[in-house]
Design a protein around this ligand. Structure first.
Ligand code: UDP
Length: 332
């Protein structure tokens, strides 16, 4: 049976990828240190007697060799520090984590002869002024006194490592830059805007928009993202190349707040908070972020299938699910 390793497989993207690969009849080994990933995200997969899924708890770098010895031929390396908040709180820890873990994964995969997909990030573009963002553009960062840029820099180093390993002796690597991704099991604890807005709207609290709300993002459903990951891993011509993965539908954060309020039927207000009040001084937020996905489309014919409204509607329902049954139970 073909076996895939997913580092960071208990996170919200990794757990969706695990579901997708298991549905394909694959064996899946998840490595996760459960720092931001959660066992609950994959509990139903681990408990399913028809799914061959195993969770190895620990850091990717420490566990990868043993996991590869179990016979894996593909490694999806998703493990990394997550969210702007975590990056601002502990840049040094994040830098060590992101870079050293990737080196260990690449070295172990080279020895084992496994193929690797490295998940980089749209943060790599920093504050590139030209849109849409295209894979071969020059990268533009702010000063080192603004800690946010450290994340994109570590991901750029990861990309250099993967491309260099891939060119010289292996493993064969595919690099993807993930743009804003949303879906079930994403937590708002580390800053992600959509789960935070949904939580606020469902609870009738004000939706907190940072800055003037005119900044734009494009949000892609995690199910679409996972299709792109699997499609690229299966495509030999993707090796040694970098691909954007994301939605091309731009929306301002003010519009997003209004959409969440409307779809939730909520009476929440919207309040604007200065970045400084949330992330401290010297914080810079890229005003716009939009991928050019033509490289991905041309190679594997990928297009997102799920609309933003559909994802948000589903997330609101999921969030309300237990609350509704809870209130019914109380009434009974
Ligand atoms: N944001 C916001 N309210 C929140 C969380 C985030 O207005 O509660 C803004 C944030 O400043 C950014 C956008 O929403 O402009 C997307 O933020 P997120 O952290 O989800 O992703 P990223 O900054 O990585 O694009």
């Amino acid at each position: 049976m073909r076996t895939a390793i997913i580092t960071g497989g208990a996170g919200f993207i990794g757990s969706q990828l695990a579901r997708r690969l298991l549905a394909d009849g694959r064996r899946v080994l998840i490595i996760d240190n459960l720092s931001t990933g959660r066992r609950e995200n994959v509990a139903e997969l681990l408990d399913d007697p028809r799914a061959d899924c195993r969770l190895i708890v620990g850091r990717a770098g420490a566990q990868i060799e043993a996991a590869l010895r179990l016979g894996a031929d593909e490694v999806y390396h998703l493990a990394a520090a997550v969210g702007v908040q975590l990056v601002v709180d502990d840049p040094a820890g994040m830098i060590r984590n992101n870079v050293s873990e990737t080196v260990s994964v690449l070295e172990a995969a080279r020895t084992a002869g496994a193929k690797v997909l490295i998940t980089s990030s749209s943060e790599v573009y920093g504050k590139c002024p030209r849109l849409p963002l295209q894979e071969d553009m020059d990268l533009v960062y702010g000063p080192t006194t603004a800690s946010r840029w450290s994340y994109g820099l570590t991901k750029a180093i990861d990309e250099h490592l993967a491309l260099d390993f891939s060119r010289r002796g292996g493993p064969a690597c595919v690099v993807v830059r993930l743009f804003n991704t949303i879906g079930p099991r994403q937590t708002g604890r580390y800053g992600m805007v959509v789960p935070r807005f949904i939580e606020q709207a469902v609870n009738g609290r004000p939706l907190q928009v940072y800055g003037d709300g005119k900044q734009t993002r494009a949000f892609c459903d995690v199910r679409d993202v996972v299709e792109a990951l699997v499609g690229l891993m299966a495509q030999p011509d993707a090796v040694g190349r970098v691909f954007n993965i994301g939605s091309t539908r731009q929306i301002t954060i003010d519009q997003l707040a209004a959409m969440v309020i409307q779809l939730a039927g909520s009476s929440s207000a919207v309040e604007h908070l200065p970045y400084e009040a949330v992330y401290g001084r010297n914080f810079e937020d890229p005003p716009h972020r939009l991928p050019d996905t033509s490289r991905l489309q041309n190679l594997i014919g990928w297009q997102p299938a799920v609309t933003l409204e559909q994802t948000i509607r589903e997330l609101i329902e999921l969030r309300r699910g237990p609350m509704l049954s809870g209130s019914t139970a109380e009434k009974v």
